[in-house]
Design a protein around this ligand. Sequence first.
Ligand code: PEP
Length: 245
Amino acid sequence: ENLRKPFVAGNWKMNGNLALVAEFNQKLADVNASAEVVVCAPSLFLHAFDKDSFSVGTQNVSHLDNGAHTGELSVDMLKEAGCKYAIVGHSERREDQGESSELVALKAKKCVAAGVTPIICVGESLEIREADNVESFVGEQLDALINAMSVEELSKTVIAYEPIWAIGTGKTASPEQAQEVHEFIRGYFFKVDSQLAQGLRIVYGGSVKPDNAKTLFAQNDVDGGLIGGASLKAEDFISICQAAN
Ligand code: PEP
């Protein structure tokens, strides 16, 4: 039996303003979903969310402690702002900021140590999929986590499978394509520890919309979603959250 609690997180990216925060506070007040609901907004807005009926997260965190690191935000600061989750290793940061899988693992480790749940993103480009190298590529991304973190630490994370070719493109992975990689990821962790693998939430991200969420989330190894574009409209985000149960 699958006892994993469904999980849906929105990723606002560099979008939104205080008016949108106020709208979410109002509209999500009675979201009534059986899933855990998280909004990962720009960190400046975290203070302004109500955080009663949903949790908030950030989209990045430093792997370092407070100190001489201009422009960075530490996990302690984010926690004080009410942050319970942090997206780490989003493909946009791997690309734009050159974040390596090793750095992503350090960030995830830092989060876990502070009691913040990292939502760790993995996923391949179209080029890698077309060359039939999805499993070796994603496997290497997972190796970096497995090498840096204990089973106990890994059990306090959420993994997001986000094929890059499906992010912001309107091209969703088919439910079968998503399930295939989710099953691979769970199997990969199974080799580390069977209980870890059974309890680990693996969510899908890439053009999830209200009309495709239900069939994606119905797959055996898909435990919810990480939602970009559709998380900026409260109604759409709520209906996606309600599709996970
Ligand atoms: C994302 O950036 O995490 C994402 C899944 O974006 P979108 O839903 O817009 O494809």
